[in-house]
Design a protein around this ligand. Structure first.
Ligand code: TXA
Ligand code: MG
Length: 322
């Protein structure tokens, strides 16, 4: 159900959830100070309660409403990248609802770079907890139509057009003058290093992660199979020509033409990582709708500039083809 800005504010103030546009993906928003509304997010998404939510705020001046500390390093990152696709995980103030934090001692905050949502945050005076507006483990939405396809027509949606970044924000935790990367995104680790002036804190033991990043995540319904080598993909496609194919990165025109002749659906995303990120979920949604027996994906090269895209594809491709 499409709503305008005034209606969206009204619903949020009444304790309802509203899908809102951001530059990364659409979020399913609720007033961060209304626990009944927060519970609706988890119910609508069928999301487990142990997976915390990001709080969206209008400006960095609101950080200390929720975070107990705003260390200079975090401030520097916020000044550089906000509004934008960076989430900061900081020590939480005690009053922040345990539902948002999933009982963690930290809180995740970001100022999104979408004019309509910035206007919504400013005019409503609310801070909005919002995970991506899709059912748990499914593909994230980058169009209002994706939200309706995943969550149904009863959810109010503020249509802000296609998301420009296209994949979820980079998540960085900051404690004192140390930082760690919790989720890859289009703001790269190298960009964080450049601003922080030092590499991420190296800890012994387990690599820290944002909770809830299960392997089966960001997945189409269609079984998805990942290939690193063109020959292996071609070999599989020859015996399974009814599969859909997504080629990412630079491959020879003769290879693409060979696959196009062989399979019914073959899409190539050959541009820069930035362009591919913008298109990725939209193309995966389209390929998913074909209901082919499987989606075969040729992965981009394993280098840092493709890290965020490789991360999402690796999760999408957790299920082997039937
Ligand atoms: O780009 C984005 O980040 C989008 C838009 C809507 O802002 N949101 C998004 O939300 O991707 P979601 O819920 O799909 O992913 C949020 C991630 C989860 O993996 C969660 O574990 C992590 O943020 N997170 C939230 N609070 C955290 C905390 N206190 N500590 C560590 N990770 C946290
Ligand atoms: Mg999500």
């Amino acid at each position: 159900m499409q709503v305008n800005l005034t209606q969206a504010i009204h619903y949020l103030q009444q304790g309802e959830v509203v899908a809102i546009p951001t530059e990364t993906v659409y979020g399913l928003a609720a007033d961060v100070n209304n626990e009944a509304a927060l519970n609706k997010i988890f119910a609508v998404k069928q999301r487990p309660a142990n997976n915390p939510l990001i709080i969206h705020i209008a400006s960095m001046h609101q950080v200390t409403d929720y975070a107990a500390e705003f260390p200079p390093l975090a401030k520097k990152l916020a000044e550089t990248f906000w509004p934008g696709p960076l989430t900061l995980v900081l020590k939480s103030k005690p009053h922040v609802s345990a539902i948002v934090r999933a009982d963690a001692p930290t809180v995740a905050l970001r100022v999104p770079a979408h004019p309509l949502t910035l206007q919504l945050l400013t005019e409503s005076g609310l801070a909005l907890a919002a995970p991506s507006a899709n059912r748990y483990t499914q593909l994230s939405p980058t169009l209002a139509a994706h939200v309706e396809a995943s969550l149904g027509h009863d959810i109010p949606v503020l249509d802000g057009g296609a998301c420009q970044v296209g994949i979820e924000s980079t998540i960085v935790s900051v404690e004192g003058d140390h930082w760690q990367l919790l989720r890859h995104g289009m703001i790269s680790a190298a960009q964080i290093v450049a601003i922080a002036g030092k590499p991420a804190l190296v800890t012994t033991g387990e690599i820290p992660k944002a909770p809830g990043q299960h392997l089966l995540h960001y997945s189409p319904n269609t079984p998805t199979c990942l290939f690193q080598e063109t020959e292996a993909l071609m070999g599989y496609a020859k015996t399974h020509p009814d599969c859909a194919v997504l080629l990412i990165g630079d491959v020879s025109p003769s290879f693409v033409n060979g696959l196009k002749a062989l399979t019914s659906h073959c899409v190539q995303l050959a541009q820069s990582p930035i362009k591919v990120a913008e298109q990725l979920y939209k193309v995966l949604h389209q390929l998913d709708e074909l209901k082919a027996p499987a989606i075969l994906i040729l992965l981009p090269p394993s280098n840092p500039e493709w890290a965020a895209i490789l991360d999402r594809l690796t999760r999408a491709g957790y299920r082997a083809p039937v």
